[in-house]
Design a protein around this ligand. Structure first.
Ligand code: GLN
Length: 470
């Protein structure tokens, strides 16, 4: 049984195909493991024995889904009190496609409220614990998904990434996390945070598994006009070397950047050496505007959030705090239903969009966004892929950054620029390093970014690197 929980999903599916394992046995092993969740990774779990349909290619494999995806008849809270008790009348396209591909819903995973956060401590349902060290955060906002996969409670999971929410928790938990190109996967049925940035993607134990989930979910969807799919499709990664591939490293936007822990920088340097050993070429590039990513993101994302979150008013969904007048009902419901970080962002975003400030903040941030996208386009003129550390630090202690939002925001220093540019990026386990004060070594991730819709190339390179670093 424990052996079963150590297989990658692709390996287990292979055993099912070979007749050595039954889909039901595989599902129940995980349903039972998830029932013993001590990490607070799940907000809802399927019962062992609740075997739905299974089919090809995923053969009934259980999948954990971030609680940001609408699931027909199953409570969907987005980690917020304001959606407590909300049972959507439909299922998100990404989840529906997984079902069509033969996967079964294992559970809904805990997350930072409305996907705002980098530690999962903003969940209204309590923090998630990092399976490698339970006194530390798993990262966020897809922290429940990352902890479930790393902690053996789910073989694989999906999450969403607006500025790093798949890649950063994957790095902090020691697994693979892929943010696809914006538009690769439909956002229909994903509770909206910042619509021009939100993208669904896989959190898995291997690069192969990430490719399998991406292939099942990607594609154009008539319900989301921004979804285009990956026209060339997603190939199964096979590369074991990096011959002929050029990797860009930006001096100021990698291990030499301010705030990068020495242990993380060391692991990154070793990763660069591994890339060269596999036949990859390292080229110095410049991304002059990437360092402004966080500033632009924290204007654009809250601006979009302030608009998207207007719909939670106590009338249409979830929580309602009764009052005598309509305005009072809105105010009381929102005061009770939203957490501190969500309120902070609604205020920031509303301010940035208000007349008189719109050009100075929102307009300006959009210009910076364009500059960052142009930096990447320029760099990809001479390199195939770009590498950075995924997170400047290893997993931090629970409570360490909750009082300091700015320190928390810097967790996404390396991941936000790719989100602003809409390009795909993956985090693969690169090794481990002790936290600054010393102690048990914790996982470190390597981020690899590619041009838009070059997912197959990205996964292929990640596959070779994963093989060498493991
Ligand atoms: N940590 C970032 C934020 O708080 C990114 C979140 C995300 O990608 N959903 O906004």
């Amino acid at each position: 049984m424990s052996d079963l929980l150590e297989l990658s999903a692709a390996e287990a599916i292979g055993r099912i195909e070979a007749g050595e394992l039954s889909s039901d046995e595989y599902f129940d092993a995980y349903a039972e493991a998830a029932a013993g969740d001590e990490l607070n990774a799940f907000l809802w779990r399927a019962e062992p024995g609740s075997h739905g349909a299974s089919g090809e290619p995923l053969r009934g494999a259980p999948v954990a889904v971030k609680d940001l995806f609408c699931t027909d008849g199953i409570e969907t809270t987005a980690g917020s009190r304001i959606l407590e008790g909300y049972r959507p009348p439909y299922t998100a396209t990404a989840v529906r496609r997984l079902g069509d591909a033969g996967a079964r819903l294992l559970g809904k995973t805990n997350m930072d409220e409305f996907a705002m956060g980098s530690s999962n401590e903003n969940s209204a349902y309590g923090p998630v614990l990092n399976p490698r060290d339970r006194s530390r955060v798993p990262g966020g906002s897809s922290g429940g998904s990352a902890a479930a996969v790393a902690g053996g409670l789910a073989p694989w999971a999906i999450g969403t990434d607006t500025g790093g929410s798949i890649r950063q928790p994957a790095a902090l938990c020691g697994i693979v996390g892929l943010k696809p190109t914006y538009g690769a996967i439909s956002r229909y049925g994903m509770v909206a945070f910042a619509s021009s940035l939100d993208q669904c993607g896989p959190l898995t134990r291997t690069v192969d598994d990430a490719a399998l989930l991406l292939a099942a979910m990607q594609g154009r969807d008539p319900h989301d006009a921004t979804s285009v799919g990956i026209e060339a499709g997603v190939e199964c990664p096979t590369r074991t070397d990096l011959a002929g591939l050029r990797f860009g490293v930006a001096r100021d936007f990698s291990h030499h950047a301010e705030g990068v822990e020495p242990g993380v920088a060391e692991v990154f340097e070793r990763s660069l050496a591994t890339i060269e050993r596999l036949g990859g070429e390292l080229d110095e590039i410049v991304l002059p505007n990437a360092e402004h990513g966080i500033s632009a993101y924290y204007v654009i994302a809250p601006a979009e959030a302030s608009s998207n979150l207007q719909r939670y008013d106590g009338v249409r969904y979830g929580l309602r705090e009764p009052a005598d007048a309509l305005d009072a009902l809105y105010e009381r419901t929102r005061a009770a239903g939203f957490g501190a970080e969500v309120k902070r962002r609604i205020m920031l975003g509303t301010y940035a969009l208000s007349s008189g400030y719109y050009d100075a903040y929102y307009g300006r941030a959009q210009k910076v966004r364009t500059k960052i996208a142009e930096d990447f386009t320029g760099a990809f003129g001479s390199v195939d892929l770009i590498v950075t550390p995924t997170s400047p630090t290893v997993a931090f202690e629970l409570g360490e950054r909750t009082a300091d939002p700015l320190a928390m925001y810097l967790s996404d220093y390396f991941t936000v620029p790719m989100s602003l540019a809409g390009i795909p990026a993956i985090s693969v386990p690169a090794g481990s390093a002790p936290p600054p004060g010393g102690g048990t070594e914790l996982p470190v991730g390597l981020q690899i970014a590619a041009p838009a819709f070059a997912e197959s190339k990205l996964l292929d390179a990640a596959h070779a690197i994963e093989g060498a670093l493991r």
